[in-house]
Design a protein around this ligand. Structure first.
Ligand code: ADE
Ligand code: ZN
Length: 337
C-alpha cells in the first residue's frame, strides 16, 4: 500500500535542520566531471554513468574509497564555493532552514590544497546562503580517524587562524578499529577552546564506541549511533540525557548497515524517547537529500504525522542554533498541525 498523499506534502512543508552532512558527500557526478575539466584532473571513470555504476557499496570502506578519490577534483576556493552553493540550493528545495556542515580538511591538505582555500570557499557560500537564501548554518571540522591522532592535533593547530568560522569538531571516516578514545586529547583541546564536539559512533562500530564518544570526547551529539540498540542501558542513558542521534537512513541501507529500510530502528528509537533526527550524510552517493530520507522512512516504517513532525522538531532542538531561533522554527512546525 502506498503512503497517504498528504505525507509528501507534510514533509515538503516542515522546516528542518540538517545536522549530519559531509559537504564532500554532496559532490554529484556531473560536478565531478565539470571540475575535472576546469582543473585538468584525469579521472579513472569515462562518464557520469560509469561513475554512478560504482555506487554499489558493500560497506563503509568501499564507499570511502570512492568518496576520497572523487575529492581530487576540488582544488580552488571557487570549487569549494560552487560545491557548497549547489548544496544550499538543494536545501531551499527541501525546506532545510538551517544546516550544520561537516568538512574533512585533511582530505584536502594531504593533496596540497591549503586549509584556507577549503574554509574560505565553504564559508563564502554559507554567508551568501544566509544573506540570499535565508539559510543559517554552522561549520564542523572533522578529524579523519583512519589517520593518527597526531595528524588530528596538527590539523587542530592549522585551524587556529580560522576558528571564528568553525563552530565545532567531529570525527569521521573508517570506524572499525578506530575507537573514539584515540582522539581524546584533540577533543579536549577543542572543547576547551569553546568549540562544540560531535562524533560518528555506532555506525559500523560497536555501541561501546558510542559510550566512549559520550564519556571521553564529551560530545553534544552522536552521528549515526544506530547500534545503540545493542546496549539497552546506553539507550536509556541517551534518552535520559537527551543526547541526540543524527541518523541517516538512506546511508545506512546503502552501506549495508541494514539490509532493508524496514529493518531500520529509527522509529523504534523515537518511540523509546531518544532525540533522533533525519539527515542525508552523503546525498550525492546514497540516493537523495533530506526529504528523500524522510520519504524513504515514511514509505517503509510508516510513521504517523505526529512522529514525522517530532523528527523535524528534534532536528531544530538538537541543532546549535540559539534559543530564539529554535523557538521561531518550533512555532512554525506547531502551526502545521
Ligand atoms: N565520511 C563521509 N561519510 C561518512 C560516513 N557515513 N561515516 C564515516 N565517515 C564518513
Ligand atoms: Zn557521516
Amino acid at each position: 500500500m502506498s503512503i497517504d498523499t498528504n505525507v509528501p506534502e507534510l514533509i515538503r512543508k516542515l522546516p528542518k535542520a540538517e545536522l549530519h552532512l559531509h559537504i564532500e558527500g554532496t559532490l554529484e557526478p556531473e560536478m565531478v566531471f565539470e571540475l575535472a575539466q576546469r582543473n585538468q584532473v584525469q579521472l579513472p571513470f569515462a562518464s557520469t554513468c560509469e561513475l554512478r555504476e560504482q555506487y554499489d557499496f558493500k560497506d563503509l570502506q568501499s564507499f570511502l574509497d570512492l568518496y576520497y578519490q572523487a575529492t581530487a577534483v576540488l582544488q580552488t576556493e571557487q570549487d569549494f564555493f560552487d560545491l557548497t552553493w549547489a548544496y544550499l540550493e538543494r536545501c531551499v528545495a527541501d525546506k532545510v532552514v538551517h544546516t550544520e556542515i561537516f568538512f574533512d580538511p585533511q582530505t584536502h591538505t594531504a593533496r596540497a590544497v591549503p586549509f584556507a582555500v577549503v574554509v574560505d570557499g565553504i564559508r563564502r557560500a554559507l554567508l551568501q546562503g544566509e544573506r540570499e537564501l535565508g539559510i543559517t548554518s554552522k561549520l564542523i571540522m572533522c578529524f579523519l580517524r583512519h589517520l593518527p591522532a597526531d595528524a588530528a592535533l596538527a590539523t587542530w593547530e592549522e585551524a587556529q587562524p580560522h576558528l571564528d568560522g568553525i563552530h565545532g569538531v567531529g570525527l569521521d571516516s573508517s570506524e572499525r578499529d578506530y575507537p573514539p578514545r584515540l582522539f581524546q586529547d584533540v577533543f579536549t583541546r577543542a572543547r576547551s577552546a569553546g568549540l562544540k564536539a560531535v562524533a560518528h559512533a555506532g555506525e559500523e562500530g560497536p555501541a561501546a564506541y558510542i559510550r566512549e564518544a559520550v564519556d571521553l570526547l564529551q560530545v553534544s551529539r552522536i552521528d549515526h549511533g544506530v547500534r545503540v540498540t545493542e546496549d539497552p542501558a546506553l539507550m536509556d542513558e541517551l534518552r535520559d540525557r537527551q543526547i541526540p542521534l543524527t541518523v541517516c537512513p538512506l546511508s545506512n541501507t546503502r552501506l549495508c548497515v541494514y539490509a532493508r529500510m524496514s529493518e531500520h530502528p529509527l522509529i523504534r528509537l523515537l518511540d523509546h524517547g531518544l532525540v533522533v533526527t533525519v539527515n542525508s550524510d552523503d546525498p550525492a552517493y546514497f540516493g537523495g537529500y533530506v526529504n528523500d530520507n524522510y520519504l524513504a522512512v515514511a514509505e517503509s516504517l510508516r510513521p504517523s504525522r505526529a512522529q514525522l513532525m517530532q523528527l523535524a522538531r528534534n532536528s531544530i532542538v538538537a541543532s546549535f542554533m540559539d534559543s530564539d531561533q529554535k523557538k521561531h522554527w518550533l512555532r512554525e512546525i506547531d502551526g502545521l498541525t
